[in-house]
Design a protein around this ligand. Structure first.
Ligand SMILES: Cc1cc2nc3c(=O)[nH]c(=O)nc-3n(C[C@H](O)[C@H](O)[C@H](O)COP(=O)(O)O)c2cc1C
Length: 310
């Protein structure tokens, strides 16, 4: 399973675990990396020293490469951007914005830079500024999303850039990974399915909510502010929609989203908390180890591609 992505990241399988605020901490990242994928620690809104601690703890659990996802809207993003250099993290992915200003510093440190993008224009711009690859994320995904679907976005970005593309949004099994390979991607980023892995520290209530949800159970809030977020529909999404209608500012709403994610992940409040998950949650039916998830996806994908004929 060699692709430019597995070569670039020095991993066995071109499967990346999406950076997920509160969810993707050192246990999950290390488990995915140990299973042959690329684990990612999500910095979310955490202070830089917390992220440094997470990086060091992950290193105690794995000697394989892993990455850090920097949420560019975080007030701590500038300090986290320096911590990844100091801690010699091999890969950085960035979410919710344009990482241009940090790219020269990361390049100089030899860090592989993989911005998450949701449009052709941003993908091209990232390539021009020296990104090593992009994660092209469709709006099926959980968390902050763009407008285009994975199906429409991937081939357009693949055609527009020469750097390798990792697809994200709606990959739940080997069929999803095979599909994005056929669209031209060279890796797949998986979020929602890893949320319910054994090694994921999210509260049991959260895992249960993802496992029991149906295809139509997610909702998108935040379109009015230009920062849409996908999560499982509940009292929180209804409250959010109401505040949106009342014209609350983006900052107030964003605070509610991030605070609510913590409430759901750590306390298991799946009623008033934000249960971020993608549309593929309807397909996720059981809790497994990261190793089982990765091996199942890879085996299914190989089988499909080897036996593909009309
Ligand atoms: C709970 C949750 C939190 C997320 N937080 C972040 C984040 O902090 N930064 C980021 O770039 N993407 C974030 N994402 C997106 C994931 O990294 C990944 O791209 C996405 O989940 C892939 O789509 P899928 O959910 O259909 O697998 C989050 C997704 C989920 C489900």
């Amino acid at each position: 399973m060699r692709t430019r992505i597995s070569e670039l990241l020095n991993i066995e399988y071109p499967i990346i675990q999406g950076g997920m605020a509160w969810v993707a901490e050192h246990h999950l990242a290390a488990a995915v990396s140990n299973a042959g994928g690329l684990g990612i620690i999500a910095a979310g809104n955490a202070p830089a020293e917390v992220v440094r601690e997470e990086i060091r703890k992950a290193r105690e659990l794995t000697d394989k490469p892993f990455g850090v996802n920097i949420m560019l809207l975080s007030p701590f993003a500038p300090e986290v951007a320096k911590v990844v250099v100091e801690e010699k993290v091999p890969v950085v992915t960035t979410g919710a914005g344009n990482p241009e200003s940090y790219i020269p510093m990361w390049k100089e440190a030899g860090i592989k830079i993989i911005p998450v993008v949701a449009s052709v224009a941003l993908a091209k711009r990232m390539e021009k500024y020296g990104a090593d690859a992009v994660v092209a994320e469709g709006c099926e995904a959980g968390g902050h999303i763009g407008e285009l679907t994975t199906m429409a976005l991937i081939p357009q970005i693949v055609d527009a850039v020469t750097i390798p593309v990792i697809a994200a949004g709606g990959i739940g099994d080997g069929r999803g990974l095979a599909a994005v390979f056929l669209l031209g991607a060279e890796g797949g980023q998986v979020g929602t399915r890893f949320v319910v892995s054994h090694e994921s520290i999210v509260h049991e209530n959260y895992k249960k909510r993802v496992i029991t949800s149906r295809d139509i159970d997610s909702a998108v809030t935040g379109r009015s502010t230009g920062h849409p977020v996908r999560s499982i529909r509940n009292q929180m999404t209804r409250n959010y929609a109401k505040l949106e209608q009342e014209g609350k500012s983006f900052e107030e709403l964003e605070l509610l989203t991030l605070g609510s994610l913590r409430k759901a992940v750590m306390e298991g409040d799946v009623v008033n908390g934000s249960v971020m998950a993608g549309q593929i949650a309807g397909l996720v039916s059981k809790e497994q180890s990261c190793k089982e998830i990765i091996e199942e996806i890879v085996d299914e994908m190989k089988h499909l591609i080897q036996n593909f004929h009309f």
